[in-house]
Structure formats: C-alpha cells, structure tokens
Write a protein that binds this ligand. Structure first.
Ligand code: COA
Length: 150
C-alpha cells in the first residue's frame, strides 16, 4: 500500500478508469443493469476536466487502481462514483479515496449505491454516511425514455 499515491484525477488516467468502471464496478461486473452506462475513456477525460467534478485517483505502478468522484452541487456534494480495483480491495483504499475528495464549500455529502453490493454500504457507514432508506426513492431516465411532448 505504501506505493499507492492519491492524486487529482486527470486525462492521463482516462483509459484505466474506463476499464476499472467496466470490469470492477458491481453493476459492470454483474450487468449490465438498467441505467448503467459504461463510460468511455473520452468521457472520463471530460469528467476529469469538468469544473464541477472533484475526482481523486489512486495510482500504483503508473496505473489507476481506484477512483472516487463527486459532483460539486455548490453547497453540498454528490458522491457519484467509488471504485477500487478487485486486487486492491480490503486495504483501506476505498475509505482513503472518499476522504481525499475536497469538500470545501460543502455542508454535506450524499452517496447512493445498489443494495445488492456487499461492501459499499459498510464503507459508506464507516465514512460517516447515514442510511436514508425509505425517505427517498432513486429515479432514473435515459434521455431516449423522455416523452416527446410533456
Ligand atoms: C466498495 C469498494 C469501493 C470498497 O473498496 P475497499 O478499498 O475494499 O474498501 P476499504 O478497504 O476502504 O473498506 C472500507 C470498509 O468497508 C468494508 N468492506 C469493504 N468491502 C467489503 C465487502 N465486500 N463486504 C463487507 N465489508 C466490506 C471494510 O471491511 C471496511 O470496514 P472496516 O474498516 O470496518 O473493516 C470496493 O469493494 C469496490 O470498488 N466495489 C465496487 C464499487 C462499485 O460498484 N462502484 C460503482 C458504484 S459507485
């Protein structure tokens, strides 16, 4: 673990991150589940460069082995993505990545995960998140499902 560096995500990581997201997320490895989209390297490069995205990457041996990413909602943050490469799990990297997301300007952070995932809920609680089940329902729409006239 000593050789792992936590860095601000940038375009250099885009190819590794697309592979991580495709092969090492719960939805990717068990999917594709409805609503799950395999982001391309170009999309990761765009997200890394976007001013509203706060992306941190774990790098080992010159390769990205983990990512945490949140969207800056101005007063709070939405943690959209936490993934650790399967070979690097259970060494505290997920928690380190979550803690490395800059939080300046935020009063709170929110995070959503699939209940079927065996570890994300445990990690989220260890990081201080409280489960809000039953208070909200997560909704999803592909743009192709939008009605043509409201
Ligand atoms: C969830 C995930 C990020 C955890 O990464 P990690 O580096 O193994 O996590 P950590 O080592 O920091 O563990 C954090 C806590 O969660 C617990 N945990 C991690 N994986 C677990 C699992 N599979 N089952 C139960 N607990 C687990 C750890 O034991 C630890 O708790 P502890 O300190 O009380 O022991 C990793 O399993 C992963 O990438 N899963 C796929 C994520 C995914 O699908 N993301 C896309 C949607 S956001």
């Amino acid at each position: 673990m000593d050789d792992v560096k936590i860095l601000k995500g940038d375009g250099r990581h885009a190819v590794d991150l697309a592979e991580l997201y495709r092969d090492h997320t719960f939805a990717g490895a068990n999917g594709p589940l409805p609503g799950w989209v395999a982001y391309s390297p170009e999309q990761f490069a765009q997200m890394a460069a976007a001013p509203q995205v706060r992306m941190v990457v774990a790098e080992a041996g010159g390769r990205a082995v983990g990512i945490a990413q949140a969207f800056d909602m101005v007063t709070w943050g939405y943690v959209d993505l936490v993934v650790v490469h399967k070979e690097w799990r259970q060494h505290g990297l997920g928690l380190k990545l979550l803690a490395a997301i800059p939080t300046d300007g935020w009063v709170a952070a929110e995070l959503c995960y699939l209940n079927a995932h065996p570890g994300l809920g445990v990690m989220a609680r260890r990081a201080g998140f409280k489960i809000c089940d039953g208070q909200w329902t997560w909704c999803h729409r592909m743009l192709t499902d939008a009605p043509s006239s409201p």
